[in-house]
Design a protein around this ligand. Structure first.
Ligand code: FAD
Length: 416
């Protein structure tokens, strides 16, 4: 299929790469412009000299039921490099009393796991789980999760709070009920087969980024690194030129997919309303092999560390909604996080070499007010389309949302 159209994709994060791949498949002539010397944006790997290892900027989880992830990786040929458990089992450890349990979602969409106290979170009732169904039915609007679910007690502490903090990356009580509900509908409501937690092995670049660059390269798509868009020239209802700092480059009828972060889009196009509150994510990496038999992913409750991911050669810890800790002394923070995981993993070694990676504007805060600021893919300029996890995807800021936004922008760009 050929559309014969030239499309400039600005930004080589997942949204931009997804758009570039989809556009190329639809026959467009694509040029990708990326400000950084590398692709991946907020989803990337790098060689860390302190650890002597290639690590991801942070643990990234996707769900087995993420459809855009599956489509994108199938095109790239790396779908089999997402690894996860064979069933949707979520391991938990509560540091406050040392208790451990596994939330075991059954495979089929009929959620009989909630009827079985051995599969549910200890101390929670069937009735409390009905609140998740109410949340899943939320409509777009101003309701927060706390408007739908009682934000006190064991069910909140052990189920809603850890799950929604990870998914929305903002204080769960303030989180958008609609976005939380969309997540639940696309994961738990579809049964365990759709909500196995998957990670990219050996790292994000190898699964999501490098294969996309290779795929584009073999199809003669030019990816220009170090190309920071500094201005768009608008005339009437069209963008007519792009400015990368060396003067205006006329578009000559080409189309633009703007796949930059929201704060950049807002600076480039002043009249655009974009999310303007962000939450951080902090990851700590410890260069030591986990003990034999350690679970790949465990959720921690009652400490500073929230999610513990055991890689063969390191242990990586995620703290979502990390604004409270992000400015703490790094050494003290690493020691505190290590102290959390020692009892959980039964470690008896001194703290190994560590690294802390901070992402201050990891995602927009998924509150109702911020969700209302997300623009749609179309703009009032007929040849300009937006992509990014912050556009109106109907999902929280996720890999799935970013990839879908790129597909949507590509579809509209080709049809325009
Ligand atoms: C630490 C961390 C952990 C996360 N964990 C998860 C997770 O577990 N699961 C999940 O689904 N999601 C997770 N996310 C979110 C996920 O990473 C993002 O949703 C996704 O990467 C966003 O992709 P994007 O393309 O929309 O934006 P970005 O990745 O921000 O891409 C935008 C690109 O535009 C480029 N750019 C900026 N300005 C310009 C300019 N002027 N000209 C040209 N290029 C420009 C940037 O360099 C960047 O490459 C996490 C994010 C972080 C930071």
């Amino acid at each position: 299929m050929t559309s014969g159209r030239t499309v400039h994709v600005i930004g080589a994060g997942l949204a931009g790469l997804s758009a570039a791949v989809a556009l190329t498949r639809q026959g467009a002539r694509v040029i990708v412009h990326e400000a950084a010397p590398r692709a991946g944006g907020r989803c990337r790997s790098y060689y860390d000299r302190t650890l002597g290892q290639t690590i991801d900027n942070g643990n990234h989880f996707v769900f087995s039921g993420n459809q855009a992830v599956r489509r994108y990786l199938q095109v790239l040929g790396t779908a089999d490099r997402l690894e996860g458990p064979s069933h949707a089992d979520f391991a938990f450890h509560d540091l406050r009393d040392g208790s451990r349990w596994t939330l075991a979602v059954n495979d089929s969409p009929l959620p009989w796991w909630v009827l079985d106290p051995r599969r549910r979170t200890p101390g929670t009732s069937l009735g409390e789980h009905m609140a998740l169904a109410r949340l899943a039915l939320s409509r777009p609007g101003s309701a927060t999760i706390a408007d739908r679910v009682d934000s006190h007690g064991t069910f909140w502490d052990r189920v809603v709070d850890p799950m929604m903090l990870a998914v929305l990356n903002c204080p769960p009580a303030e989180g958008s009920a609609w976005l939380a509900g969309r997540f639940l509908r696309e994961s738990f409501a579809r049964g365990g087969r759709a909500c196995r937690t998957m990670v990219a092995v050996p790292n994000l670049d190898a699964v999501f980024i490098d294969p996309a660059l290779t795929w584009l390269n073999t199809r003669n798509v030019q990816v220009r690194f170090g190309a920071r868009l500094r201005g768009l020239v608008m005339e009437g209802d069209h963008v007519t030129a792009l400015d990368f700092g060396a003067g205006e480059e006329a578009l000559g009828g080409a189309t633009v997919v703007l796949a930059v972060p929201p704060w950049v889009a807002g600076e480039l196009i002043r009249e655009l309303v974009v999310p303007d509150r962000f939450c951080s994510i902090l990851n700590a990496h410890f260069a030591c092999a986990p003990p034999p038999g350690a679970r790949t992913i465990t959720a921690l409750i009652g400490g500073t560390a929230q999610w513990v991911v055991c890689h063969p050669d390191r242990i990586s810890i995620t703290i979502s909604g990390a604004d409270d800790v992000i400015d703490e002394d790094r050494e003290a923070l690493a020691a505190r996080i290590w102290k959390d995981i020692v009892p959980m993993l039964g470690l008896d070694t001194p703290m190994p070499t560590w690294q802390i990676v901070k992402e201050r504007r990891a995602t927009f805060a998924a509150t109702p007010m911020q969700d209302a600021r997300r623009p749609s893919t179309r703009t009032r300029w007929r040849n300009l389309f937006l992509a990014g996890d912050w556009t109106q995807t109907g999902l929280p800021a996720t890999i799935e949302g970013a990839l879908r936004s790129g597909e949507a922008a590509a579809r509209l760009a080709v049809a325009s």
